[in-house]
Every structure is written in C-alpha cells, then in structure tokens.
Design a protein around this ligand. Sequence first.
Ligand SMILES: Nc1ncnc2c1ncn2[C@@H]1O[C@H](COP(=O)(O)OP(=O)(O)OP(=O)(O)O)[C@@H](O)[C@H]1O
Length: 299
Amino acid sequence: MSTVIEMENVSKVFGKKRAVHSMSFVMERGHAVALLGPNGAGKTTSIAMMLGLTKPTSGRVRLFDGDPKTAAAHERIGVMLQEVSVPPRLSVRETIDMFRGFYPRPLPTDRLLQVSGLTEDQKTMAQKLSGGKMRRLQFTLALAGDPDVLFLDEPTVGMDVASRRAFWDEVRTFLRAGKTLMLTTHDLQEADMLADRIVVMQNGAVIADAPPESIKMQFGGRTVSFVAGSDIDFERLRRLPDVTDVQTVGRQVTVRTQNSDALLKTLILESWDIRDIQVHGGGLEDAFVRLTEEGGEAQ
Ligand SMILES: Nc1ncnc2c1ncn2[C@@H]1O[C@H](COP(=O)(O)OP(=O)(O)OP(=O)(O)O)[C@@H](O)[C@H]1O
C-alpha cells in the first residue's frame, strides 16, 4: 500500500498560539479519513500543512513522498477548502473549463456539470450562485483534474438536504474507484457513514486515531434505560462490570455501560421488577463528546 500523506512530529505556532502540536500521521492510498475536532482544534491548519499552503514550525510533511508544494503533487489532488472564491465574470461552464485547463487529464466538462448538479445554471455567472450551489461548484472544481486524493474541509456547510445527498453520492463514487479522501466535518453522522478511519484532534493534538467502530466501542458505550419498581439494588447495579454511570429521574433509570448485552442478562437474571427496557446509543457523537470531554486516547 502506498503512502499518500506522512506527517512526522509536526507543530505549527502562530505567534503565541500553538495550533498544531507534535502531530504524527500517515495516510495510505484508498483510505477515507475523517479529521474531527471542536472549533479551533487545528484541523484546517493540519490540512493546510498537508497541502503545502502553510509551512510547519517544526517537523516534516510529505505528500506522495515529496514536498507538498510541488506541482507534481498538486496535479494528483483535488481540494475544497472552507473559503474559496471563483474568478470574476465567468459563467459556471467557463469556470469549470478554466479549471480543467490546469490539469493534464481533466474529466469531461459535461461529466463535471453533472457532478455539480448545475447543468441548468451553466450560463449563470459563477459568482452569483447561492451559497449551497457555490459549494457544489467548488466540489466540482476539486474534481476537475480527476484527482487521486480529495481534501474536503467542511464541504457540506450551506448545502440543502438534496444537495448533500447528491454530493455524498459523488464522494462514494470517487471512493469506489479506490481513491483517497481526507475530510473534516462537524457532522459526525457523515463522518461515520463515509470514513474508514477517524482522527480526533483537540487543542492541536491528535487524541484518537482508529476505525469508527473501535472509537464507538471504546468511547461510545451504550445506555440501557428502564422503569424500575421498588426492589432494585442500586449499589449492585453501580458495581456491575462495564457500568460507568447510573442516573435516576423518578422511576426512570438510565445506565451507561460498555457491555449492554451483559447488563441485560444481569437485569433479567436478577428478576428485579423492571419494565420498558430500551437500549440506546453507541453512536460516534456520544463517543466524540466523551473523548473531547475527557481528552482520552485511542489508537
Ligand atoms: N493564521 C493564523 N494566525 C493566528 N492564529 C491562527 C491562524 N490560523 C489558525 N489559528 C489558530 O490556530 C488554532 C487552530 O485553528 P484551525 O483553524 O486549524 O482549527 P479548526 O480545527 O480547523 O477549527 P474550525 O472547526 O473552527 O474550523 C485556532 O486557535 C486558531 O485561532
């Protein structure tokens, strides 16, 4: 498997602000990585360094085993950053054609118009597009050179539900061709759906790096809730292996556990007077909240 990005002990300091701290990271070809983290965690700065747009204060970044700033590397990547402007006074079609001209083997214009969902708007001045349509155009421009690797920084901000769906369909088509994706998003459902690896950053450092399933198992846990009668032994419940929290509101009991199957067995074997048992959670969002609250480490 070939390496697309390699970061070795990379740090970036802006004045007194340490935006990224000792980041080491390797991304292999064909993978879909979601880089997550609260606002200001250092995601955009990391991507800017991977692309050679920002120079690290220390450490080493390689893109396709070379300097990220070289044209050879850039011909093979497509980039959609948060703030991008399009050239003035060009229609949607002209803008697409202009970007096609930057690459040796661009995708056909009509295919790109189809990706953009803007075939009917192809004569509209690109600058006049609505926010969501502009994001679709920017995505299309990122695909213009038929890249091997896509960098998408919060790509779906401003897109409506239909645009989002069409957009993710295109990203899936891209991944099915064995290509590589680096994505930042605050939409954890999207990350969970698409990524085979989740990297969580906080305060400039990587605090978790694992497949979504292991992150959810390790940090997501599950909650089992039920309505309790009078004979529940709460002390025993709290001491059960894998139970991390027990909350009660009136007769409603909510138990957080790393092993909901074992808890359910115990609840039934104890013959306690309980009803309306429900199992919830195990989602990436739960895991993300716990991880960033605790600053935990998963590898
Ligand atoms: N050019 C800059 N000058 C000074 N500080 C900067 C600069 N760029 C980023 N920072 C700071 O570095 C930290 C990391 O910022 P970055 O934009 O990488 O975070 P992020 O995880 O992408 O956040 P968000 O989710 O809000 O986009 C923040 O505290 C930010 O204010």
